[in-house]
Design a protein around this ligand. Sequence first.
Ligand SMILES: [Zn+2]
Length: 201
Amino acid sequence: MSKKVAGPEIEKLIQYLGRLPGLGPRSARKAALGLIKKREALMVPLAAAMTEAAEKILICETCGNVDTIQPCTICTDVRRDETMLVVVEEVGDLWALERASVMNARYHVLGGHLSPLDGIRPDDLNIANLIARVSGGGIKEVLLALNATVEGQSTAHYITEELEDMDVKITHLAHGVPVGGELDYLDEGTIAAAIKSRKEL
Ligand SMILES: [Zn+2]
């Protein structure tokens, strides 16, 4: 056990920060110190923002996106093309595609990918809702913007088979997404190229 350098309140703060994705114990200590130094300007407003967000966060019942309104901002945006539905694994992927800003579509967030080894089956993902949305009509194209991983691609194949008999064009991302690549880590240019060169499955 390493020696403690501060009281329990600060130790707890460091511990929680260390659980954030991308932060190890070292960066967590750095972040904690940064917050402490900017107590009024950063720490207090951040704490308030976190409390408020934690209270108000909702999962959109239509698309699976996270937001503080129901249905979410994207589902209620009338300027978006209702005939184009982009299917993603996670909300982070939706944000990444929006950063590339080449599409003006609606989304559907699966909440992960199929993974028999981890016991993740179709029922564990937001797939039944997707099928219901597409069979409801009005959607002309479903773009499967899933990760170029084995799991992402087998999920794409599963969805393609499920939507096979419906009157909808199914496309997927083509050039630009490296094999094993996760959308959230790609730059906007790569994502834009992948969307523009999408192919029908
Ligand atoms: Zn939504």
